[in-house]
Design a protein around this ligand. Sequence first.
Ligand SMILES: [Zn+2]
Length: 397
Amino acid sequence: MSEPDSRIAALLNGAPEDSVHARVVHTLAETGAMSAADLARTTGLARSTISTALTDLRKSGVVVSAQHEGAKGVGRPAQTLTLNPEAGTCIGIHLSIDSIGLVVADVSHSFVFEQTLHLRRDYAPAEALALLRDAVPQAYRRNGLPMSGLLGAGISVSGPVTPDGVILQASILPRWAGVNVREVFAPALGVPLFADNESNCAAMAEMMWGAAQGHSEFVLFKIDLGVGGAIVHGGRILTGAAGGAGEFGHMTVDPNGPLCRCGNRGCLERYAAFDEPLDQLSRVQGRRVTFPEAIRLARQGDVGAQRLIHDCAVAAGRGLASIGTVLNPPLILIGGKLALADELVLGPLIDTYERHTLIKAATVPQARRTRIRRGRFTDKDSLLGAVGLVLRGRGRL
Ligand SMILES: [Zn+2]
């Protein structure tokens, strides 16, 4: 391991409070790029203190100017600093129902590689592990990256994850229930591991690179084959006591309603998710209709597709209205693949939210209104957010 690699790893693996150097490295890892003046403002340290640390960190190759030939970021103002992208990389892994998303990013927040690894449905942890054990070194070789620069791996899971890394409910990947993520992946990857549920990862991606940049208070609501969510307060994603915070899809809407995959009855997900509507649409069309096709059909005027999207949006809006009444958040981001329907989903969702939530937009000044808009990443959000876990040192196992 060359010197900048090992120094970045040592500083990131320690606490930000350990030294001024550690503070600078952690802050740059979180933000990607910053000027010395912004570093001083963000850390609350004196300019002279920051400047002394930066001189040393630049000399050892840990910090470089964003114009450095290795820095791939574009359009950054002069004097912007980043961690040396040649000295540190991290990987993001998203475990889906029949595939695994893999992404490699460097410490200057440039994404250098992305791949989807296909498996059979309901694959076992050992199968995922075997695949990743080959795919990760291959990805590094293909991109000319040294494995020695790998700083950590973030793992996005479709289900609540305890702070120790145990997957509590894994109805999308039933064989993963009760599995400890650390025990599965640590021996093969040999780097610090970070894990969280997919909606929390999605919120992380929106906060770092997407529609929630600069926002420290917001709610994410995902409408996909299931319904998920995340609550961000004071710039931190709430996890709850056992990792189950923000599971909006499992709020009871009707105690006598249909059975949910979680074991309860009448959960919001049974009305607002788009899995059953896709089945219904497929039946009517006489062929398997995918998410993008359903949205395209609705846009082309197919009344059935429009109706199904509208009904999901209304159910989501009603559920969100309760969340709004409890949290009164300044910003709600709609994520998941149904968000790609834009106005078709946002229109009825916002109308329904307004009808049922306590604080109505019309009754408060503009600046106090809850803004509801589409997230930036509707599909890859969890995968990108898994990288964010490593860069922000969140969910470490
Ligand atoms: Zn449920």
